[in-house]
Design a protein around this ligand. Sequence first.
Ligand SMILES: [Zn+2]
Length: 399
Amino acid sequence: MRGKSVPAAAPLLNKEQLARYSRQMILGEVGIPGQRRLLDGKVLVVGAGGLGSPVALYLAAAGVGTIGIVDGDRVDLSNLHRQLLHRTRDLGCPKTESAAQTIEEINPGITVVTFPTVLSSANALEILGKFDVVVNGSDNFPTRYLVNDACVLLRRPLVDASVLRWEGQATVYLPGRGCYRCLFPTPPPPGAVPSCAEAGVIGAVAGHMGTIQAIETVKLLLGVGESLANRLLLVDALSGETRTVQWSRNPECPICGDHPTITALIEYEEFCGLPGRPNAPATGGAPDAVAEPVAEVDPHEAALMLEQGAQLIDVREPWEWAASHIPGARLIPVAEVSRRASEIDPNRPVIVQCAVGGRSAGVVEVLRKAGHKRVHNLAGGIIAWTNLGLPTETGPGQG
Ligand SMILES: [Zn+2]
């Protein structure tokens, strides 16, 4: 062509994108440049669970161009009432796999990067460092402190939330404006705060709080609005009440304060007073001998053994015991087992029991290592016991 011509600039969005995102691009805060920013955004979702599901679903649908998902678990039937990234057909699959497939079905135009692993001090900086914003959907304290510390060290914004029963909390930690440790300097003692597995959660409450995290993330990527930074949003879904509490950076914070004492990632299980992760890969040294499988008894077998003089140790927390327990059981919460081991008669068979059989399996291991020979785990815990119509009682009772 002769004469002057305007050089052809590449369009910001293609035709498909113009149509797909049209309803949000109408907003003055988004527009075509904002949509381009979302498409160029890289967000890491820690945990493909009850919070991570709505986060990943909404960010994917909104066209956040790169979504990382880190989760080392597999899909379990008990996940499905709240973890909408996964389907019944996905049972047993790595959660990262089913998450990636669901996202692909919603929006094939974005990239999902999966990390089918447990986030740890060894891999957190490398994984988080690849992303602009981190969204925390983890359900345990060691991971919360780990993700926080890694975000502070990497100077990444962290969009945080947690849920339990009918309640949720959410806030945003921006570099230089405070962190999780400013709000929660020390982890609660092990067992003091129950997990969703122990105390339960309403799926829609997780969905609500995760959706708030998705909204905050979109605002951060677009650079619009007032973020929840330095405000803690508290939702009580049962009463329908919502309120926000102001918080500010603590100059004495050990990692983001004026004179930080934490300058690298630490051992978070230990920091939270927990023994090391049982399934963590060994970090040197000789591998342990292959552990014997935990001997399980079903509720009917257990009832028979109790009649014949076995001892039943309930390792749940006192508030769980008060709600319902098996007659004749002795309450020794998990955190007290080591200290109170002498209360367990080594000459009689022992049955250990919790809500569904997870915590008690760990205690069976501990007692076996301590020399108890006839220790059994009640398969399915008090839930399976109750489901078979076997007797329970309520109230503080004998502890
Ligand atoms: Zn801090």
